[in-house]
Design a protein around this ligand. Structure first.
Ligand code: ATP
Ligand code: MG
Length: 205
């Protein structure tokens, strides 16, 4: 109806593009989720360098973080290696980073830290200084489509599949994801993945 109104055409075209992007993201997330669920555990696990996973995931979030004046720092042990699927691990960490940036005010800090635990796991945690998550919601946020504040979250453009994907990626790696959060202060999500046993690399000798 507004075909002759150039300003209206521009505005509607912009909205259509935004909605198309939203649907693309939704479809991609659904495909990722069903792909992982069909492949638990990872069918053809390979050695994965945690440093590469962190570098790749941080690289993909950098522009969004910069746009909001959020700095992303990486700290901790280097050279950790696990068995699994690099793309899936990058997807999991990227989802945590996307949340850290989306649910934090401008000019805050996100820290990605890696460490080796005494139980033989690699831990990768993402700590933000964001809005935090109320205690009562902590156990539900990993459910598909669950969002703490649907009105607020709609503005961030998500669908509530990110953490469900993270949870399944961890299950597929015999690992887990944990969360600690203080409302109004920030959240820390931690990926826990069994380290690749030394025997795998030296077994041939
Ligand atoms: P998307 O599918 O795009 O990831 P989403 O971010 O809403 O959408 P999840 O990543 O699964 O979905 O997160 C679920 C909910 O958990 C979010 O809507 C938000 O309410 C809460 N949440 C997740 N991460 C954080 C965080 N770092 N700080 C505060 N709230 C968070
Ligand atoms: Mg998310």
């Amino acid at each position: 109806d507004a075909a002759d109104d150039a300003e209206a055409v521009r505005r509607f075209a912009g909205k259509m593009r935004q909605e198309a992007q939203r649907l693309t993201n939704l479809v991609q997330d659904l495909i990722t989720l069903s792909r992982i669920q069909a492949a638990e555990p990872v069918p053809d696990p390979r050695p994965v360098d945690i440093d590469a996973v962190v570098a790749e995931a941080v690289d993909r979030i950098r522009m969004k973080a910069n746009a909001r004046g959020i700095t992303v720092a990486t700290v901790g042990s280097r050279g950790l290696s696990v068995l699994g699927d690099e793309d899936l691990l990058v997807t999991a960490l990227r989802n945590l980073l996307e949340n850290a940036v989306a649910y934090s005010p401008e000019k805050t800090r996100v820290v990605v830290s890696t460490r080796k635990t005494t139980e033989g796991n690699a831990e990768v945690s993402v700590a933000d200084q964001g809005i935090g998550i109320p205690e009562r919601d902590l156990e539900r946020i990993f459910e598909r489509f669950y969002r703490v504040d649907p009105a607020r979250s709609r503005a961030t453009g998500g669908t509530g599949l990110g953490l469900a994907i993270v949870k399944h990626v961890m299950a597929a790696h015999n690992g887990k994801v944990t969360v600690r959060s203080v409302e109004g202060a920030g959240s820390t999500f931690t990926l826990v993945i069994p380290l690749r046993s030394e025997h795998v690399s030296t077994g041939a000798a």
